[in-house]
Design a protein around this ligand. Structure first.
Ligand SMILES: Cc1cc2nc3c(=O)[nH]c(=O)nc-3n(C[C@H](O)[C@H](O)[C@H](O)COP(=O)(O)OP(=O)(O)OC[C@H]3O[C@@H](n4cnc5c(N)ncnc54)[C@H](O)[C@@H]3O)c2cc1C
Length: 393
C-alpha cells in the first residue's frame, strides 16, 4: 500500500495550493480530484485577485492586508495569469457611498497595500468619461478609479497543480475519495479511480473539497467535528457586449449590493448574487431571478444593455461560497478561511472551509504550518512565493 505524507481531497485552488506547498516543503503528496481541476467553485468565481475593498467596511483589515500582499505576489510570480486592471466606481446623485467616503476607503486600501504603485487612485476627469464603455453619465457626479487584479481562476488552479507536479507531487483524477479511518499516527484512506478501489496511507488527510467538504469529513471514522457552515450561491452571467476600459464596481439598483461588470473574452461578465443554498452542491445552477437581478444592474448603468433579456445571455454559471453559519445576510459575513483539525497538536485530518481564490497560497502555507508536527522534518525544495506559475498549455 502506498504511503504519503499528505493526501489532499479536492482539486480546486485550495487543494492545488496545498499540493504545491507540500511538494515544495519536500513532502510526498497526492491530490485526489473527482471530476476535473477547478471543476467546482474555482472556475465559478468572479476571477478577481483582489484585496477586497468592501471588506474594509466590515472591519476585516487583516484579511484585506493579507489579500493585498497576495495580490502583489501574484503579479510577480503569475504575470502570465494575473493582470492589474483599472476599477471604476461611478458615483451618481443617488449612490449610497459618496466620493469622499470612497477616497477614505481607498486611502486605507493603499495603506494596507503598502502604498506601492498599484494602490494609486483618483477621480477620472470628466472629459474621459466617454471612454468608459458607454457608462450612463446622466446624474453622474464622479467616477473613482483604483486598481485590482483579474485572472482566469481555472487556469490559475491548473498552473498551481502543474507547478506541484513538477516538484514531484502526484495527481489521481478522475478519482473519488470514498472513506478514511483514523489510526494512531495518520489515516488509512480509500478512493475509487475508474473501476478500481485504491487504498493508501497518509500522515495527514487535507480536506479541500470546497462545498463538498462537510460530505468528505462525514466519511471519516471515527467521526470528526465539522464546523457549522452555510452554503451561499453566487451566479454570474455573460452578455454579448464588449467591456474594455476596465472593471466597473457598481451598486445594485435593487438592493445596493456591490456587483462587478467585467471584461471577459470580448464580452461582459456580470456578478454576483448571494442566494442561500440548501441543496446538494452538485445541483447548483443559476436561478431565473438571479439572472434578472444581474440584468437589471447591467441595464441600469449601461444604456447599450437596455434591450438585453435573459435570451441574450451567452454563458451563465453558479458557484457556492462556504461561509460561517449565521443568521445575518451573506454579504456581511466573514470571508476568513476556517481551518478545522481532528486533534491538536498532531492533526491527522485538516479541513479547509471557505476562503478566497486570492488567498490560496497563504492558506496553503498556513495548512503546512498547522500540520507540520505530524510530518517529518525535511529539507524544503522551494518557496511558493518564488515559484513562477505559467499559463498551462
Ligand atoms: C460566486 C463566487 C465568486 C467568488 N469570487 C471570488 C473572487 O473574485 N476572488 C476571490 O479571491 N475569491 C472569490 N470567491 C471565492 C473562491 O472562488 C473560493 O474560495 C475558492 O474557489 C474555493 O476553492 P476550493 O478549492 O476550496 O473549492 P472548489 O474549487 O469547490 O474545489 C473543491 C473540489 O473538490 C472536489 N471534490 C468534491 N468531493 C470530492 C471527492 N469525494 N473526491 C475527490 N474530489 C472531490 C470537487 O470536484 C472540486 O473540484 C468566489 C466564490 C464564489 C462562490
Amino acid at each position: 500500500m502506498k504511503q504519503y505524507d499528505v493526501v489532499i481531497v479536492g482539486g480546486g485552488i485550495h487543494g492545488a495550493g496545498v499540493l504545491q506547498a507540500a511538494a515544495a516543503a519536500g513532502h510526498s503528496a497526492l491530490l485526489i480530484e473527482r471530476v476535473g481541476l477547478a471543476s467546482g467553485t474555482s472556475s465559478r468565481s468572479s476571477k478577481l485577485i483582489h484585496g477586497g475593498l468592501r471588506y474594509l467596511e466590515s472591519g476585516q483589515f487583516a484579511l484585506v492586508r493579507e489579500s493585498l500582499r497576495e495580490r502583489a505576489i501574484h503579479l510577480r510570480i503569475a504575470a502570465d495569469l494575473v493582470e492589474l486592471k483599472p476599477f471604476f466606481i461611478p458615483v451618481y446623485q443617488d449612490t449610497r457611498r459618496r466620493p469622499w467616503q470612497l477616497k477614505v476607503g481607498l486611502w486605507m486600501y493603499a495603506l494596507l497595500g503598502g502604498f506601492d504603485a498599484s494602490t494609486r487612485f483618483g477621480a477620472v476627469p470628466r472629459h474621459e468619461w466617454s471612454t468608459l464603455d458607454g457608462l450612463d453619465t446622466q446624474g453622474l457626479d464622479a467616477v473613482i478609479r483604483y486598481h485590482d487584479a483579474q485572472t482566469d481562476d481555472a487556469m490559475l488552479t491548473r498552473a498551481v497543480v502543474q507547478s506541484a507536479l513538477s516538484l514531484g507531487a502526484e495527481l489521481a483524477m478522475p478519482a473519488s475519495f470514498s472513506a478514511a479511518t483514523l489510526t494512531d499516527d495518520g489515516v488509512r484512506l480509500s478512493y475509487v479511480s475508474g473501476a478500481q478501489a485504491i487504498e493508501c496511507i497518509a500522515r495527514v488527510l487535507v480536506n479541500a473539497a470546497g462545498p463538498w467538504a462537510p460530505q468528505v469529513a462525514g466519511k471519516v471514522r471515527p467521526p470528526i467535528a465539522i464546523p457549522d457552515v452555510d452554503l451561499v450561491q453566487g451566479t454570474h452571467i455573460v452578455l454579448p457586449f464588449a467591456v474594455t476600459a476596465g472593471i466597473y464596481y457598481v451598486e445594485s439598483p435593487t438592493d445596493g449590493r456591490a456587483v462587478f461588470v467585467m471584461p471577459w473574452h470580448g464580452a461582459a461578465l456580470i456578478g454576483t448574487t448571494e442566494t442561500p443554498y440548501h441543496g446538494a452542491p452538485d445541483q447548483v445552477h443559476p436561478l431565473p431571478e438571479e439572472e434578472e437581478y444581474l440584468l437589471a444592474v447591467a441595464r441600469h448603468y449601461f444604456p447599450a444593455f437596455r434591450h438585453l433579456t435573459r435570451e441574450h445571455i451567452i454563458q451563465r454559471f453558479a458557484g457556492l461560497r462556504v461561509l460561517p453559519a449565521a443568521s445575518q445576510g451573506a454579504f456581511d459575513r466573514s470571508r476568513e478561511t476556517i481551518f478545522s483539525t481532528d486533534r491538536e497538536p498532531k492533526p491527522r485530518v485538516l479541513g479547509i472551509y471557505g476562503g478566497k481564490l486570492t488567498g490560496w497560497r497563504a492558506a496553503a502555507a498556513h495548512v503546512l504550518q498547522r500540520i507540520s508536527a505530524s510530518l517529518p522534518a525535511l529539507q524544503p525544495r522551494a518557496a511558493t512565493d518564488q515559484l513562477i506559475l505559467r499559463r498551462p498549455a
